[in-house]
Each structure stands twice: as C-alpha cells, then as structure tokens.
Design a protein around this ligand. Structure first.
Ligand code: AP5
Ligand code: MG
Ligand code: ZN
Length: 216
C-alpha cells in the first residue's frame, strides 16, 4: 500500500493519516513533521527549513526530495507507506515517480481531501498539535480528552507558529499555485480518488476506508 495524501493546508491530512496508518500498519511520512522535528532540534536542515516555513513558503525542492528519498529507503517502508504533504510540486511528483519506477513499483492511490477555502481559516487557527508525536487537535472540532495534553503520548499540545491567519492565507496561495496542479498530474495517471473533507472526522475516515478497500 503506497498512498499519497493531497489537499490544502487544514484539509485534515495529518488527522486522517494517523488513522489510516494505524489501520493498515504502514509508516506515516509527513514532510511537515520531519521539518518541524529538525527545527525543534536546530539541525542544519531545520535552520534552513525554518526560513521558508515560518513565512508559509515551500522548502526548496532539492532539499525536500533528498530528505524523502532517504526516508523511503528505510526498512519500515518496504511494505508500503503513506506520504502526507509530499509531493507538493510537479517536480516532487516527478521525483517520486522516478523513485517508484526504479524499483518497479507504483502508487496505490493519490487521495485528495477536498475542503473549500472558507472552512480552512477556522480549522487552522483552532488547531493544536503535539510536538512529540505530531497528532492534531482542535479547540472546537477535536478536543483532547485531558485539556492541553496529547491523547496518544501525554505531551503538552501547542499552537503551530505557521497557524496564524496571515501565514495560512499565504500557504493557501502557495497551495493553489504549486500543489493544485498535482490533481491533474495524478488524474492523468488514473490514481486519483477524491473524498469530501468537510464531513466529520470519522465520516471522512469511513469514506477513505471504502476507497482503500477497493484498491487492495
Ligand atoms: P505541513 O505540516 O504539511 O502543513 P500543511 O500541508 O499546510 O497541512 P497542515 O498540516 O496544516 O494541515 P492538515 O491537512 O494536516 O490538517 P490537520 O489534520 O492538522 O507543512 C508545513 C510546511 O512545511 C509547509 O507550509 C512548507 O513550508 C513545508 N513543507 C512540508 N512539506 C513540504 C514539501 N513537500 N515541499 C516543500 N515544503 C514542504 O487538520 C487541521 C485542523 O482541522 C486540526 O485542528 C484538526 O483537528 C481539524 N480537523 C481535521 N479534520 C477535520 C474535520 N473533518 N472536521 C473538523 N475539523 C477537522
Ligand atoms: Mg499536517
Ligand atoms: Zn503526542
């Protein structure tokens, strides 16, 4: 099972990724989470990534592609994986295609979680995340069991620095210009499936499971 999750910022990619990876027992590879981990540890990659992420811009393709290539070589990826937030440009999608081709493999599905722009600001500004395990919560739509603590690992949950209204607007523009073209890219290759991301979290997950059930 090799899954790409597509969708605008705040579509619910991270939220659904956790449930999908639990059910299908595959690693969750979120480029955003990897960058944030590096940022919190002040690694050279993190220092470079921060310059772009805090403004809402994409990290340059060569850096991102190398990082993902390395991650995909790991032992736990040999039976499949879920990519959350990668690819995000046509160049990244072509790089993934080359990577798969070299191994004689193909993508199972590119899942597009569709959410119109008007839902997104509320989702993003109310979001809280776990810096330790990457879980997403929401002050209104998805509250943790104990206020301020991650359900999964118990860490204190925080607000992401790029979740201000201004940065979210920038990220939405970047999505439209650079990532939206991937919808056609994957449609042309007959691997695109769409889900309505405006429904409740468990309903979106049910639709995703129905799609994945047909693919395996
Ligand atoms: P990344 O971390 O990937 O951010 P993103 O794509 O902007 O997406 P988000 O994580 O913000 O949203 P999500 O879809 O995961 O939503 P979530 O499930 O949390 O990337 C961050 C940055 O890193 C980028 O801006 C870029 O700079 C850089 N980067 C990353 N990958 C890169 C790449 N490949 N190339 C270059 N640069 C890259 O949900 C959002 C909120 O809504 C939560 O509060 C959640 O609880 C709530 N929610 C979820 N589903 C529902 C629902 N159905 N109903 C109500 N509320 C819901
Ligand atoms: Mg995310
Ligand atoms: Zn956690």
């Amino acid at each position: 099972m090799k899954i790409v999750l597509l969708g605008p910022p705040g579509a619910g990619k991270g939220t659904q990724a956790k449930s999908i990876c639990n059910r299908y027992n595959i690693p969750h590879i979120s480029t955003g989470d990897i960058f944030r981990k590096n940022m919190s540890e002040n690694t050279p990659l993190g220092i470079e990534a921060r310059k772009h992420i805090d403004k809402g811009y994409l990290v340059p393709d060569d850096i991102t592609i190398n990082m993902v290539y390395e991650r995909l070589q790991a032992e736990d990826c040999k039976d499949g994986y879920l990519l959350d937030g990668f690819p995000r440009t046509v160049k990244q999608a072509e790089a993934l295609e080359r990577f798969l081709k070299e191994k004689n493999e193909s993508l199972t599905v590119a899942l597009l979680i569709q959410v119109p722009r008007e839902f997104i600001i509320e989702r993003m500004t109310g979001r809280r995340v776990c810096p330790a395990c990457g879980a997403s919560y929401h002050t209104k739509f998805n509250m943790p069991i104990i206020a301020g603590k991650c359900d999964i690992c118990g860490s204190d949950i925080i607000q992401r620095k790029d979740d201000t209204e201004e940065t979210v607007r920038e990220r939405l523009d970047v999505y439209k210009a650079q990532t939206q073209p991937l919808i056609d890219f994957y449609e042309d290759r007959n691997v695109l499936s769409k889900v309505d991301g405006t429904k409740a979290i468990n309903e979106v997950f049910e639709s995703i499971c129905n799609i994945l059930g047909e693919k395996i």
